[in-house]
Design a protein around this ligand. Structure first.
Ligand code: NAP
Length: 285
């Protein structure tokens, strides 16, 4: 980190609780260090009960901030404006401070789609198995249907998957999303996306589906980035699938956040070398 903090240094941060394990500071500061002078990004531990009183500080002192668990929904109460996509997801991960106003965005969908794009995966008219029906699954489902995929949402709680399917129908009209019990799902999908925390450190030997389901699939996109390679990806790769971990999504949601804050476009030719550097770092933790 070479930035000397001065009176006019532009401040950015991520707010959440806990925040110690966030790798967003590494990602954002790496981008700032390479592409932008005089900006810095800090991890701020803000408890749920302190969110409201903290908002004034962000408004006055920061140019923008990211929002993570547990504030992604609550922050909406304090915004002056909400971007359409964030409104559809009902969750905000990026806030821009503009002329004393707070504008909320969600860049997770962009990050996920960029992960598919970088790996040359076209899901149009393909059947995709999505595991989970939480906040991240909602974003992924929206992106996949928007790209013309047909979706099977597999969960342990039927009601949650069916609620998500109903919400998707409200947005897209009738679509081909369907429900499966995560413990009974069978092989036959073009791609599998894991949006459950199953397999995340320290439970690294856990896998959310029966291993046989991975047979014949072209890609396995696990939103988890710690460990770098989950068991799901490991088994998928052993059956010949392309494995993609959550790092690419995390990195490109950050890139999109910076584009929103700064009002410019960051070309792949500039971001890819930084991505490779951050990825190398991540493999060591
Ligand atoms: P969430 O809202 O809590 O949703 C988690 C989903 O996983 C729920 O559907 C939950 O089902 C299901 N689940 C949890 N434990 C399960 C188990 N043992 N077996 C089957 N299903 C289980 O969490 P989220 O925010 O969507 O995050 C999900 C994952 O995505 C996390 O690993 C998170 O780190 C990752 N993520 C990555 C990125 C990225 O940029 N790479 C971004 C966002 C999230 P129940 O409702 O039945 O518990």
């Amino acid at each position: 980190m070479n930035t000397m903090i001065k009176g006019n240094t532009k401040l950015y941060c991520v707010i959440g609780n806990p925040i110690e394990h966030s790798i967003s500071p590494q990602i954002h500061n790496s981008i700032f260090e390479k592409l932008e002078n005089n900006s810095i990004y800090l991890p701020l531990n803000i408890k749920r009960e302190n969110l409201q009183e903290s908002v004034g500080v962000f408004k006055n002192s920061f140019k923008g901030f990211n929002v993570t668990i547990p504030h992604k929904q609550d922050i909406i109460n304090y915004l002056d404006e909400l971007d359409e996509q964030a409104s559809i997801y009902g969750a905000v991960n990026t806030v821009k401070v503009q002329d004393g106003r707070l504008i909320g965005y969600n860049t997770d969908g962009y990050g996920f789609s960029k992960g598919l794009e970088i790996n040359n995966i076209d899901v149009k008219e393909k059947s995709i198995l999505l595991l989970g029906a939480g906040g991240a699954a909602r974003v992924v489902a929206y992106e996949l249907i928007n790209k013309g995929a047909s979706l099977t949402i597999a969960t342990r709680d039927e009601k949650k998957a069916k609620n998500l399917i109903k919400d998707l129908e409200n947005i897209f009209g009738k679509n081909s999303s369907s429900y499966e019990d995560i413990n009974k799902v069978k092989a036959g999908y073009f791609g599998i996306v894991n949006a459950t925390p199953v397999g995340m450190a320290p439970q690294v030997d856990a896998i959310p589906i029966n291993e046989d389901v991975l047979k014949g699939t072209e890609f396995v996109f696990d939103l988890i980035y710690n460990p770098y390679k989950t068991k799901l990806i490991e088994v998928g790769e052993s059956y010949g699938a392309k494995g993609i971990n959550g790092m690419v999504m995390l990195f490109y949601q950050a890139v999109r956040a910076q584009e929103i804050w700064k009002g410019y476009t960051l070309e792949d030719s500039k971001t890819l070398p930084i991505y490779e550097e951050v990825e190398k770092y991540l493999k060591t933790i």
